[in-house]
Ligand binder design. Sequence first.
Ligand SMILES: [Fe+2]
Ligand SMILES: [Fe+2]
Length: 271
Amino acid sequence: MTTKTLSSAALDVLTTPDPREKAAKTRAYAHAWRNGEIPETGHTDLPDRPARPENPELLHPAEMPKRAKAGSRKSKVALLHALAHIELNAIDLAWDVMARKFDLGGYALPKAFYDDWIKVADDEAKHHMMLEERLNDLGATYGDLPAHDGLWEASEQTANDFAARLAIVPMVLEARGLDVTPNMIKIMKAQDDHKTAEILQIIHDDEITHVRAGTVWFEGWCDYHGKDVEDTWQDLVRTYFRGPLKRPFNHPSREEAGMIRDWYEPLADEE
Ligand SMILES: [Fe+2]
Ligand SMILES: [Fe+2]
């Protein structure tokens, strides 16, 4: 598996339907990039939607089956399956932002941008694989349950706007992950499932760096264009994200990721 450009690597991953293969290719390309074996970023047209396996069946969020009883094996499998699905989408989202031909208005992305997003893609592949392995421990596999198809929407809606993509995907959606994961870890520990708790902790810690990458490059874009970070981010979230941001927030993890409370508090639901 060799490629000369990051864009062709992105295209290869995005058009690979099998989740294991998608994750394995991502890790191999990330390794190659770090070793300097992919010398150029290149240019290529990307598909509107990434290739997906036949299973899981993708449903509208409203059609998703009801949650099983908390604490049951079934509910744990459902949670891990939902997370594995999010991570699979996250792999594609990371490649998409690296290779999409956004109109940057003259802002030139340096190598450090690609270094950051290669790490994100690599982490998401690792996360998907860890969750799949844990599902296997529980006698399940990714694809067993339906999954909801709302995730790629954020990508499609922001396909023509680099700043909006960063404002929504890392700085709203992945930041939301920081808010909800600690409680999941607590629940797993209370059930004496330390293995799942450990996986979720790794994911949480890695995700801080993803939100930070989003924040850093969003600020870079704003600086270049002489725009105020807070106002620009809030405007984009109001335009591209439906409804208020959900509380409670994980302020310490958000702060570590460079998210400032004054940015997101005004967009939150009522306390
Ligand atoms: Fe992840
Ligand atoms: Fe992430």
